[in-house]
Design a protein around this ligand. Structure first.
Ligand code: ATP
Length: 523
């Protein structure tokens, strides 16, 4: 466990020092029947990183949205510098020195980085024209001040930015004016390792400058690298606050979930010799000469750095990206590549990485969303077996611990992580012959993670051939019978579970070059 205090202090102040602490007192928030927060009292001390953890739907985003003035609390107050502040709008929150770096940065596509950063406060010359010289001077100085000058070109358009660069723009926006509290909402989910390091260095500088940092994440490793204290929410209430140096992963899991999950990965290994998916020489715009075989009951892990081509391979197999050459057979029959519907009917399912955008009907219920791809199986005598559909949705909603009043609840009203669970439920319930899971536990809490691992084990035991793409190495190492590693669109090696270590996987993932220098190359 590396403690952040060992870091060398950086002499450049990213923002003016901000004395005093912030916090919330007796905060409650109710959405109809759902009590999202109940009576939470929590301090965010200046110059410390307070991590906020909890299962999906525990209330983390709701707390942040109250801090930004997007939601009004049902009861309780927000304090800045020890005094209550009225936050009726995001402008009030900004004025009070509160900033949030959202999960999905809001970037204006057709204007430059510089204009995106100072939007709302652009320098004006005579006649209200944009003062381009002043804009250039300001952005250049700020990029250097924050150490972003090597990674962010101020002339790029919003639409040209990688996920990491979009996030840097949000951070620069946040640091205009005096920031007292800066909250990061799962900031690393689309960043490469190299970018994560840069982000952590910045967060440590903010802390050294006396900013109260709030850090929301499901990733234990990050929390222990960064946080001074860890607050755990459970069902909307504060379950505990731990000193990071004096707690353990097991303690936090028990606080979050109320049970021990130490044997998360244990499962019988049931791979057979029956070949189900056979990929030979597959070449697309993004991947080359891919040879991959998956047998019934086998779980193959696909590892690699961001940009290695793993998701593109998955999308090509699912029929969503064109294939230039090579063959794919499923159970000995050619897979109709390039035709997503036909691929599903042939028995291959992909739970994609960008679940919300690609896969959910936000205005429909959990039941509708879970059953969309299983309808053929449930449709008998020309009508959908309503009871069967309801049972299936209920079963997976329970197993994945989706926090919802009922399966008739609209998906858009669920927390982000619970929406992810609904998409996963749909594919897990379908039980295809080949199941590809792309980052199945991203944004998902530890209790549901354990359940997803159990469902993967059950499906393998039933003979499903499974490919798991994950950037979390412990997950790949824990789940897979065999690990295939990709780099720059090619397979660079394969490891049996017995030989697979983090070091061995990483050395194959970086076989003949180092991590890409461009931040956030396509995932
Ligand atoms: N606008 C809304 N309308 C109705 N219910 C909501 C709304 N926003 C949040 N909720 C509910 O409030 C509860 C808390 O949600 P919140 O988004 O704060 O969880 P979270 O801890 O951030 O979860 P995650 O880890 O999944 O992001 C959930 O049960 C959610 O369904």
């Amino acid at each position: 466990m590396s403690r952040a205090h060992d870091e060398k202090p950086d002499p450049r102040p990213p923002t003016a020092p901000a004395p005093g602490s912030a916090g919330v007192r007796n905060l409650s928030k109710r959405f109809g029947a759902v009590q999202a927060l109940s009576d939470v009292t929590l301090d965010f001390p200046a110059g410390r990183v307070t991590a906020l953890m909890g299962e999906n739907g525990a209330g983390k985003s709701t707390l942040l949205k109250i801090l930004t003035g997007d939601h009004r609390p049902t009861a309780g107050s927000v304090l800045v510098d020890g005094a209550p502040v009225q936050l009726a709008s995001p402008t009030d929150a900004h004025r009070a020195g509160i900033r949030i770096i959202p999960q999905e940065p809001e970037i204006i596509p057709h204007v430059s980085v510089a204009e995106n950063v100072y939007v709302g406060a652009l320098p004006r010359a005579a006649g209200r024209r944009l003062d381009r010289a002043e804009l250039r001077r300001r952005i250049t100085a700020d990029l250097v001040r924050l150490g972003f000058d090597k990674v962010l070109d101020p002339d790029l358009l919003g639409s040209e930015l990688t996920p990491a660069q979009r996030q840097l723009v949000e951070i620069m926006r946040a640091l205009t004016g005096e920031a007292k509290v800066i909250a990061f909402d799962e900031p690393t989910s689309s960043l490469s390792e190299h970018e994560v390091d840069a982000l952590f260095a910045l967060i440590r500088r903010l802390r050294a400058d006396g900013v109260a940092v709030v850090y929301v994440s499901h990733r234990m490793q990050e929390i222990f690298q960064l946080a001074d204290r860890i607050a755990v929410l459970r069902d909307g209430a504060l379950a505990g606050i731990q000193d990071a140096a004096a707690t353990s992963e097991g303690d936090l899991v028990r606080l979050m979930v109320g049970r021990d999950l130490s044997s998360m990965f244990s499962r019988p290994h049931v791979a057979t010799d029956r070949l189900v998916l056979d990929v030979r020489g597959l070449t697309t715009d993004d991947v080359r000469d891919i040879d991959l075989r998956i047998h019934a009951g086998e779980v193959v892990g696909l590892a690699g750095l961001i940009g290695a081509g793993r998701s593109e391979l998955a999308l090509a197999l699912a029929g969503d990206l064109p294939v230039h050459s090579g063959t794919v057979t499923l159970d000995g029959r050619p897979l109709p590549t390039g035709r997503p519907g036909a691929v599903i009917r042939a028995g291959l399912g992909l739970a994609p990485e960008e679940r919300k955008a690609q896969a959910l009907f936000l205005h429909r219920s959990i039941r509708d969303n879970t059953s969309t791809v299983v309808l053929e199986r449930l449709r008998r005598f020309r009508f959908v077996k309503r009871a069967a559909e309801r049972d299936l949705a209920q079963q997976y909603t329970d197993r994945l611990r989706v926090r919802t009043p009922s399966i008739e609840h609209e998906v858009r009203k669920l927390s982000g992580g619970n929406q992810q669970k609904v998409v996963l439920a749909r594919w897990l319930a379908r039980k295809p012959k080949v199941l590809i899971l792309d980052e199945p536990t991203r944004g998902i809490d530890v209790g549901a993670k354990a359940e997803i691992y159990r469902i993967i084990a059950d499906l393998a035991a039933e003979g499903v051939a499974i490919l798991v793409i994950s950037s979390e190495l412990p997950e790949v190492l824990g789940l897979a019978d065999r690990i295939v590693v990709m780099q720059n669109g090619r397979i660079t090696g394969e490891l049996d579970r017995a030989d697979a270590t983090e070091e061995a996987v990483l050395s194959l993932a970086m076989a003949d070059d180092i991590a890409p220098a461009t931040p956030g190359a396509a995932a």
